[in-house]
Design a protein around this ligand. Structure first.
Ligand SMILES: C[S@@+](CC[C@H](N)C(=O)[O-])C[C@H]1O[C@@H](n2cnc3c(N)ncnc32)[C@H](O)[C@@H]1O
Length: 245
């Protein structure tokens, strides 16, 4: 942290360096990555080529590993614009990279998608990334996801989908904040606690918050069909949507 940039709400600083603490702070997030991997593995194959998957916001590789572990015949491009995060994934997942099943891209999600051809990807998968985007950027990313998917291609996202009931959402977030304080004060990680609190303010801000019904409408407006939200637990939920044939 510096005076010029007093806080880093994203992943380049303390949060990125100690991201593994999230397994204690938000155990549901780990389960959501498992669900994303399982959903990708169930995507119906249309030919005998490896499943072509783009992952947005691969981070330290938690979701990436779930996807790779669940599907053998796969070609996964994992996109993340934060070297502190992606560097950790690259170290952990060298074996898959060596087998040619995994490639990394350090561009931001929108730029990475813009470089892909129309109708070239079977599945775009993500966890806990899209909620970090501003609403306008998210809309552009969703349009690009739709463009790059093959007909019948799938978008799968395990993420923070804010509850439509604002009072309930606030109460749930307050419980979450209490858990962060309990765990991080006990671990004497006050710097990390400060950064996660700042990050949470960004997540909850009006130009970022990914409210459930608006998020699903945004997918429909982009052309997606079969939009389905499942596995809701607190602020977490899994969303799947298909590009019509
Ligand atoms: C909360 S982490 C999630 C990582 C992993 N999917 C997981 O569930 O543990 C969000 C990741 O999205 C990345 N990210 C945020 N904005 C991005 C953008 N515009 N383009 C690409 N990656 C982005 C961050 O660098 C971070 O690694």
């Amino acid at each position: 942290m510096t005076t010029a940039t007093p806080y880093d709400a994203m992943f380049s600083g303390v949060i990125g360096q100690d991201y593994e603490m999230l397994k204690l702070l938000a155990p549901l997030a780990v389960e959501m990555s498992r669900l994303v991997g399982a959903t990708v593995s169930q995507h119906p194959k249309t030919d005998d080529k490896p499943l072509s998957v783009v992952e947005l916001g691969g981070g330290t590789g938690i979701t990436t590993l779930s996807i790779l572990a669940a599907t053998d015949a796969i070609q996964l491009l994992s996109v993340d614009n934060e070297p502190v995060m992606q560097g950790q994934a690259q170290k952990k997942l060298q074996a898959w990279q060596a087998q040619g099943k995994l490639a990394f891209c350090l561009d931001d999600a929108l730029s990475a998608l813009q470089q892909l051809a129309n109708g070239s990807v079977d599945v775009v998968a993500s966890a806990y990334t899209l909620h970090n985007f501003t609403n306008g950027y998210r809309q552009q990313v969703i349009s690009e996801i739709f463009r790059v998917l093959k007909p019948a291609g799938q978008f799968v996202n395990g993420d923070r989908y804010a509850l439509d009931d604002i009072d309930q959402h606030t109460r749930t977030t307050q419980t979450e904040v209490g858990r962060y304080f309990r765990i991080l004060t006990a671990a004497n990680k006050l710097d990390l606690l400060e950064h996660w609190m700042v990050h949470l303010f960004s997540d909850e801000s009006e130009n970022h918050i990914m409210r459930e019904s608006l998020a699903l409408q945004q997918l429909a407006a982009a052309g997606f069909a079969g939009i389905h939200l499942s596995n809701r637990s607190e602020v977490n939920a899994l969303v799947t949507a298909y590009k019509p044939r």
